[in-house]
Design a protein around this ligand. Sequence first.
Ligand code: HEM
Length: 210
Amino acid sequence: MATLPPSVGRRSRNWIPGAKGVLWIGLLAPVFILGDRIFLFGRLTGGDFVDDPVELIQHWTGNTALILLLVGLASTPLRRLMGWHWTIRFRRLVGLFAFFYATLHVVSWFVFDHQLALNPIIEDVLERNWILVGMLSWLLLIPLALTSTSGWIRRLGGKKWNRLHQLVYPVAALGVLHFLWQTKLLERDPVLYSAALVLLLGVRWLVRKK
Ligand code: HEM
């Protein structure tokens, strides 16, 4: 786990708890917007009428998970290029919320598409490659979420923990591939996510520690 230089830590300490509160609100906002659009017909947030709530849930949770994964990946380039060491203080929370939204996304598919019936779930995973890719992405995300606590960082040691958490790169790549693959025709959003991922990986490679 990368640690902050002491001077940066001291300077950041004052505003970090407040910023974390704001971040919590921002990270929970998609749940409230989704709830409002489904149960209150968008009265609070001004959304359109929803004719297919399941589609909306899958769209909203899948996109939020992917965006948060990419935001989490931006922390290392931002620290190395801009010296924004404080971003590391928020990375874990962003990563955990990426897992939260990915899990809502997967659970909505278990429940609404398959009514929790195991055989159809297995068949769907084996028959549709883009579902298999999504499943791999989610399964790889589980150990990252489980080991995100300070206790696990101590138990594994910084080096091992960092190595394990490099898995976030294949997780994001599989998430982007899952989206690209299901659209068939290249649509704007998956192409934008792919470009963002390539850019983040490229910058990370350029500013890697020698
Ligand atoms: C078991 C794993 C997963 C399953 C079964 C699954 C299933 C689905 C389904 C059924 C859709 C809707 C497709 C449609 O519109 O017909 C979808 C869309 C999507 N999924 Fe997943 N998914 C999984 C994992 C993930 C993960 C881990 C991520 C993110 C990291 C993700 C991101 C997305 C995105 C961005 C979309 C497109 C939403 C849209 O704009 O319509 N999925 N997925």
